[in-house]
Design a protein around this ligand. Structure first.
Ligand code: SAM
Length: 196
């Protein structure tokens, strides 16, 4: 057995909770790799909601989804993920998972990056609507200045989540150089049944 690398492990975690027919959220669509992966997991009876603040990212994601014939069950929003609560307000399917692949779009304008402030606002809106047993996965890139601030803000936030409600995991290679990305996964715990 070898240890899973960060991005494959993020997918493994998501795959382990998502069922066909679920609603799931890609908080940073980027080039659409994660959106496509999520669309394949939930299938045509499910729904993927995806956000990005850059038109280029939305166009690239749309192209990728159309090529794979999965666009029909994906809603793409050219806006910040802070609007996730409003976009999920009328969703009847269980909201099972969310993924934040943080930082900037590879090969694009590095000044357009996720921020600690918006990421925490979006997390605060997504956690309450997540179904018990659901999972949020964040891939944290902290090689740039805002990435370091965002990393610290996210770590502070998740460390303060009540342990009776959430299980929080960090998956990180400790001996790699140059600030490699790492994972934070937040599981919303199932409520224990009380016996009368
Ligand atoms: N998940 C993507 C993929 O599979 O290709 C990669 C995402 S890339 C590392 C980060 C993306 O977050 C960029 O495309 C950037 O435009 C987007 N972004 C930055 N701030 C955002 C915000 N407030 N809401 C939504 N997306 C944002």
């Amino acid at each position: 057995m070898s240890l899973a690398r960060v991005l494959p492990y993020a997918k493994e975690l998501l795959e382990s909770v998502i069922h066909e027919g679920d609603c799931v959220v890609d908080m940073t669509a980027g080039n659409g790799h994660d959106t496509l992966f999520l669309a394949e997991q939930v299938g045509p009876d499910g729904r993927v909601i995806a956000f990005d603040v850059q038109g280029q990212a939305i166009e690239e994601t749309k192209r990728r989804l159309e090529t794979a014939h999965v666009k029909e069950w994906v809603d793409l929003y050219h806006e910040s993920h802070i609007h996730v609560g409003a976009r999920l307000a009328n969703e009847a399917r269980p909201i099972r998972a969310g993924v934040f692949n943080l930082g900037y779009l590879p090969g694009s304008d590095k000044s357009v990056t996720t921020t600690g402030e918006d990421t925490l606002e979006a997390l605060g809106a997504l956690l309450p609507v997540l179904v018990p047993g659901g999972l949020i996965v964040l891939v944290i890139y902290h090689g740039h200045v805002e990435g370091k601030r965002e990393r610290d803000a996210v770590l502070d936030y998740v460390e303060s989540l009540p342990q009776q409600d959430y299980a929080v995991l960090q998956y990180r290679f400790l001996n790699q150089q140059n600030n490699p990305p790492f994972i934070i996964a937040i599981e919303k715990k199932l409520k224990k049944q009380t016996l009368d």
